[in-house]
Design a protein around this ligand. Sequence first.
Ligand SMILES: [Mg+2]
Length: 264
Amino acid sequence: MIDLDGVVWLGQEPIAGSAEAVARVRATGHRVVFVTNNSAARIADQEEKLASVGIEAGGDVINSAGAAASMLEQGRSALVCGGPGVVEALEERGVEVRREGPVDAVVVGFHRHFDYAGLRAAHAAVTGGARLIGTNADATFPTPDGPIPGAGAILAAVATAAGIEPEVAGKPHEPMAALVRSLVGAEELTVVGDRISTDGRLALRLGARFALVLSGVTTEVGPDADPTPDAVAADLAELVDTELADGARAGHQRSDAGSSGAAQ
Ligand SMILES: [Mg+2]
């Protein structure tokens, strides 16, 4: 299970060697699924972007918008304070997307056109009784120029105004874990990501190995890392080099001695 932002690419720039690394993992017979907390883009756009960097991924992308939509039943209504990916996921779920008025839920995700009017509409809906659901709570979003404010910053604005604790759908929370389980079943799983608090904690929830790459938001692993990664590599290419070379590791979950603090 491979994260996208900070692992496969940074913004619009592919991370060198990632496409080849995915191909090499697949060549060994392993399935690869892409799991992203980015809810702004539609699934087809993510699949297209993956294809543009040389990775065919039709049907293998899960995003936090889908996880958020899974928290609402068909026929419910929602106000979207997010991007097209959120609208797509809600409509596919059979949730009515409204621009204003009373709704069952406000769904907040990353979007670059967030403004005071949007904050005000979301606040009004939540104080009117709507659930506040964040697609994800990532404080930042990795780009080639460094981190920029992420969905968590926008969600915090709405939550602060409304004075309530939001429900969060994406990594590392249960709605996303359930989506992953529905796609990969009980197979032996390695989660590859660049953020310990989301990718690492999702791995913990899934009982999976966690491989941290330092090509995104995390540049070093401190002593207080929780969970401690089972593997650390500069990027996906280096990780796959190491993992495939260490054939003995296959078939043994959390066999790495360094994982003792994280093997729950
Ligand atoms: Mg990431």
